[in-house]
Design a protein around this ligand. Structure first.
Ligand code: NAD
Length: 324
């Protein structure tokens, strides 16, 4: 039984592959990524270097919009499970480079889901995002409330969910969409708050803080995410289509993280205050009872305990974070 992981050079894809390679030694773990330059390519290559040490890992540098090349991967390998994590991520950039979101998140998604269906994949797990909810007043957010994306990135994730639901009516695949809430951990993304802020502190650069850091995020540790994905891979699934929140059900104000990280690093940040960025939601705080009950799991990691370990990792690896 072989696994295809798209976005394998990315943050979540790397951790998923790393785990699968160790857990399923007799299976092939096939990674696909276009290694784009959205953030440091050095970091992506560093992650791949680590994965290539596993004998059962195979990497293919392919853009998801290249359906022919992607199809060859399916024809060459008997793939039973697809974990689709490749996407143009990031909310702020989605207005600056909408084409990239259209290509990767729309065309790319259609290619991978239709090839999975045509090649008799059994399970198709894909990344959606908490951003599909938009601004809400009542928390924690449940999967069945009305969603209201407010930028191109989150709209692309909503479209993925819609397309996936459509496929589930005609396909034998079990299709599972995961609404990730701010995932953090080592090897994390330099464009996201924790590493972006660390980069500004260590390089003594200005940090633009929107809305005085008065927005909240439901930080979810990568180890909990990997555990959930593994649980879904193993589980015998009844229905054809599911949407799950993947979150810690705890929300943290960004200004609290600003203080905590600056204190830990013992450096005063060079904060430049900016008014609220309207395309970003004010608060994310998800309800995770559906997925935890489904898999009989618990969320184990707490951000305030994990942060010092991440800062230590950053100190040893910060060279990889800098954009080439
Ligand atoms: N990290 C988070 O907090 C978070 C939150 C919500 C949703 N998500 C979603 O989870 C998934 C993984 O996120 P991540 O944080 O690992 O992001 P990431 O940017 O680190 O990883 C995505 C990878 O996909 C690759 N990619 C992009 N477009 C591609 C294309 N057209 N063809 C092939 N490869 C392509 C990139 O090179 C990158 O390595 C994404 O779908 C993202 O939208 C992440």
């Amino acid at each position: 039984m072989n696994y295809l992981v798209t976005g394998s050079a990315g943050f979540i894809g790397f951790h998923v592959c790393n785990y699968l390679c160790q857990k399923y030694k007799k299976s092939k773990i096939i990674g696909v990524d276009n290694i784009n330059n959205f953030y440091s390519i050095k970091l992506k290559k560093k992650r791949l270097q680590q994965l290539k040490k596993f004998k059962n890992f195979q990497f293919n540098k392919i853009d998801l919009t290249n359906k022919n090349k992607l199809e060859k991967v399916f024809k060459k390998n008997k793939i039973k499970t697809v974990i689709h994590l490749a996407a143009q991520a990031g909310v702020r950039e989605s207005l600056k480079m909408p084409d990239s979101y259209f290509k990767s998140n729309f065309i790319g998604f259609l290619n991978i889901i239709s090839l999975s269906n045509n090649n008799k994949v059994k399970k198709f797990i894909f990344a959606s995002s908490s951003s599909v909810y938009g601004d809400k007043k009542k928390f924690p957010l449940l999967e069945n409330i009305k969603i209201n994306p407010k930028n191109i990135y989150s709209a692309s994730k909503k479209i993925n969910e819609d397309i996936a639901k459509d496929f589930s009516h005609i396909s034998k695949m079990k299709i599972l969409g995961l609404r990730f809430f701010t995932i953090y951990g080592i090897h994390g993304r330099p464009d996201m708050f924790i590493f972006k802020f660390l980069n500004s502190l260590f390089n003594k650069k200005k940090f633009y803080l929107f809305n005085k850091g008065n927005h909240h995020r439901d930080y979810t540790h990568i180890d909990d995410v990997v555990k959930i994905i593994l649980g879904l891979i193993k589980k015998n699934i009844k229905d054809n289509f599911y949407i799950f929140n993947v979150c810690s059900k705890k929300t943290v104000p960004i200004n609290k993280l600003v203080k905590l990280i600056s204190d830990k690093v013992k450096t005063k940040p060079l904060l430049i205050y900016r008014k609220r960025n309207k395309i970003e939601v004010l608060k994310t705080h998800g309800d995770n009872r559906k997925i935890l009950k489904f898999l009989n799991l618990k969320i184990e990691k707490k951000i305030f305990i994990e942060l010092p370990k991440i800062i230590d990792w950053y100190k040893k690896n910060r060279i990889w974070q800098i954009k080439n």
